[in-house]
Design a protein around this ligand. Structure first.
Ligand code: SAM
Length: 390
């Protein structure tokens, strides 16, 4: 209904006729605006633990898994088939192994109801309930605040639900979905939300997505949204006494993503980046040698690096200074040495592993180190240099 198309017209607010075809096309579609709203909240607040209650086919979870701040992502739905339908798309792809995240991420999907207590939903930073509450019958709706706000008690809750004041702009005036048990106008939603917020120690802010068309502004957003934030006094309350073993939900899917917090992936990425950096420095050194040789023979030197447009990384002044102040690569005999202290100065390596000793212990097995362990050593020349006339 929300994304549909209609031909008729309808009368709203101040008796103006609004052609429906114009009104009910949302760009981007309304569901995407709702997901974007949650993504903006994640961008803004950088929650580590996020749960989506009534997650359906896990579309929102798939969008959220790319956020580097999130370490735990949970989806809960009462419909197990929906969870299983696309759940396997939440497994790590090849690219996730080639370029691991900085922080761990686990994703778990639970079959269960948002009105049941499960201690694995305790301690979350953000819980989203996107188009969920209108699917709850009166009994479940009465239980919902105690479970979500009282028991799960996350730092933030985002609840979206249809705004019934918008409905006259749709072709039919029924509920928007046959499974909806109710649709509230803004007054009804806000009254409920304020009551819940006061009772459980939250503040609430109201907004929405799906702008009304020109001339129909008085109906408000098509989807109304409440953002609940836990008050400081409530946030300071200790939850230690809470039972940690109340496991009611059934886990139907779980995935752990590779990350640089796991030593085997850190080692893999580090060895790869060290080898790449050493090779880049070796080639640069050979180019300089050749240019100096050609200069001595009176041959016009090739344009050096600085005359070519630079496609390499652009360093900040502080990064340049850190590199300049570190020991330079050097040649002894037919060997090329790059001190580890030089390597940890390069931004990419500095971010992954800023400590020289840790770097040494991690790359030790896979790259050749000088006898005192202070530098990576490679042959100054290799077969390919002659092949490509470097
Ligand atoms: N949040 C998803 C989205 O925005 O794309 C799906 C919304 S869909 C309209 C409502 C979802 O809530 C359905 O997947 C339904 O199975 C689920 N649901 C209904 N009652 C529930 C309950 N008590 N606990 C958990 N999920 C429930």
């Amino acid at each position: 209904m929300e994304g549909g198309k209609a031909q008729c017209t309808n009368v709203i607010g101040n008796n103006r006729e609004v052609p429906k075809e114009r009104i009910i096309k949302f760009k981007p579609p309304l569901y995407r605006q709702r997901y974007q709203f949650v993504k903006d909240i994640v961008d803004q607040h950088e929650p580590k633990k996020v749960a989506d209650l009534g997650c359906g086919d896990t579309s929102l979870i798939r969008l959220l898994k790319v956020y580097p701040c999130i370490k735990e992502l949970v989806g809960v739905d009462i419909d197990e088939d929906k969870l299983r339908w696309r759940g396997d798309q939440l497994s790590p792809f090849m690219g996730d192994f080639l370029k691991p995240r900085d922080l761990d991420l686990t994703i778990t999907l639970y079959h269960g109801s948002a009105v049941e207590r499960d201690s694995r939903l305790l301690g979350f930073d953000l819980i989203t309930c996107i188009e969920l509450i209108e699917h709850l019958d009166s009994g479940d709706l009465a239980r919902f605040p105690e479970v979500v706000f009282g028991y799960m008690s996350p730092a933030m809750v985002v609840i979206s639900t249809p705004n019934s004041e918008f409905n006259p702009l749709f072709p039919t005036e029924n509920l928007r979905d046959s499974d909806h048990k109710f649709e509230w106008d803004r007054m009804q939603f806000q009254t409920w939300a304020l009551f819940v917020a006061n009772r459980y120690g939250y503040s609430v802010e109201f907004t929405g997505v799906g702008d009304p068309p020109a001339g129909a502004e008085s109906v408000g957003f098509c989807t109304q949204i409440g953002i609940f934030r836990k008050n400081e006094e409530r946030a300071a309350e200790s939850r230690v006494s809470e039972r940690q073993d109340e496991h009611v939900y059934k886990a139907v899917f779980t995935a752990s993503y590779p990350s640089l917090q796991q030593e085997r992936f850190l080692r893999l990425v580090l060895v790869n980046e060290v080898s790449r950096q050493v090779e880049s420095l070796r080639l640069k050194h050979l180019r300089r040698l050749r240019e100096e040789g050609e200069g001595l023979l009176g041959i016009q030197p090739l344009e050096n690096d600085s005359n070519f447009p630079s496609f390499g990384p652009v360093f900040t002044d502080a990064e340049k200074a850190r590199i300049e102040n570190s020991p330079k690569p050097f040649v002894a005999g037919r060997k090329f040495f790059v001190p580890l202290r030089r390597l940890v100065a390069y931004p990419k390596l500095h971010r992954i592993c800023p400590n020289e000793d840790v770097m040494r212990s991690l790359v030790d097995d896979c790259v050749s180190l000088s006898s005192d362990g202070s530098a990576v050593v490679v042959d100054l020349h290799d077969h390919y240099d002659y092949l490509f006339e470097i």
